[in-house]
Design a protein around this ligand. Structure first.
Ligand SMILES: [Zn+2]
Length: 280
């Protein structure tokens, strides 16, 4: 009798988990479909155009160590081969653990991962983690100064205006908001990642090992981290999707173009000074 009860309970729990995974994968595919570029060919052409860049300076403005590699590591590693890439790290991601040295550890790992990706310079601004919203003015001032001696040809950052439907971290939005404002003032193109309206697909197949190695290096900080609901969700998505395409792109669309490893962006570029339009 007891045995029968135990078997029933195990069967119910198993069925629950299978249903949960099924539901998550349906939601995941739906979001993936919603965030596909509306014109695949055009998006591919914009990506190929970007891939031809050489001798330019690119800024990558992010909130935490691993943000850049996670969302755009393949694209950045490709561009860093022929261009100067500067990573602006707004916070050191020191919160989320009882370890007081987490920030310093994550900076060290970011430097290691940075060598793999190929950044030419990494700026640690050390604004407090999870409080970047309160330091937007200081960040803006910093970027204006940086523009004097490292003027960018384009800026990579989080999409503040049309952010992705999941995981809208306030620090990510703050970094994106300020970097977008700086880019608009400088009149340079913006390549916005973690977006809900991508119009660029960048094929990073040739450097895909670099992205993988960099991400591996970045998660190597030991110790226990508190796992919030969002990071669990992230893990579920990682489990369901084999790579970045499935997580933040539209896999069927990419494969249609023959791209197995791609990252997506929303490109905003100036038509004339201080006048940016959304290119569809
Ligand atoms: Zn982050």
């Amino acid at each position: 009798m007891i045995f029968k009860k135990v078997v029933t309970i195990i069967a119910v729990i198993l069925a629950f988990f299978i249903l949960l995974i099924l539901l998550a994968s349906i939601i995941f595919r739906f979001i993936s479909y919603l965030t596909r570029p509306s014109n695949l060919k055009k998006a591919f052409n914009y990506g190929s155009e970007l891939a031809k860049s050489s001798g330019k300076t690119f800024w990558v403005v992010v909130a935490h160590p691993d943000d850049a590699e996670w969302y755009a590591g393949g694209t950045i590693a490709s561009l860093a081969l022929k261009n100067r890439v500067i990573l602006v790290m707004c916070t050191s991601g020191e919160k989320g653990s009882n370890d007081d040295s987490l920030g310093a550890k994550r900076e060290k790992l970011q430097l290691e991962a940075g060598k793999i990706v190929g950044y030419h310079r990494i700026e640690f601004l050390r604004f407090p983690d999870r409080e970047l919203q309160e330091h937007k003015q200081d960040l803006f001032k910093y970027l204006k100064r940086l523009a004097v001696y490292e003027p960018p040809a384009a800026i990579f950052t989080f999409d503040f205006k049309k952010p992705h439907y999941i995981y809208r971290h306030p620090d990510h939005l703050a970094a994106g908001e300020v970097a977008m404002k700086a880019g608009e003032e400088l009149g340079v193109p913006l390549y916005l990642f973690h977006t809900s309206k991508p119009n660029v697909i960048f094929d990073y197949e040739k450097v895909r090992h670099k992205k993988k190695e960099a991400l591996k290096a970045l998660t190597n900080y030991g110790g226990r981290r508190r796992r919030g609901a969002l990071s669990v969700l992230r893990s579920v998505f990682s489990f369901l999707g084999r790579n970045q395409i499935e997580m933040y792109g539209y896999k069927e669309g990419f494969l249609q173009l023959g791209i197995e490893f791609g990252e997506t962006f929303r490109l905003e570029r100036p038509v004339k000074e201080n006048d940016l339009i959304f290119i569809d």
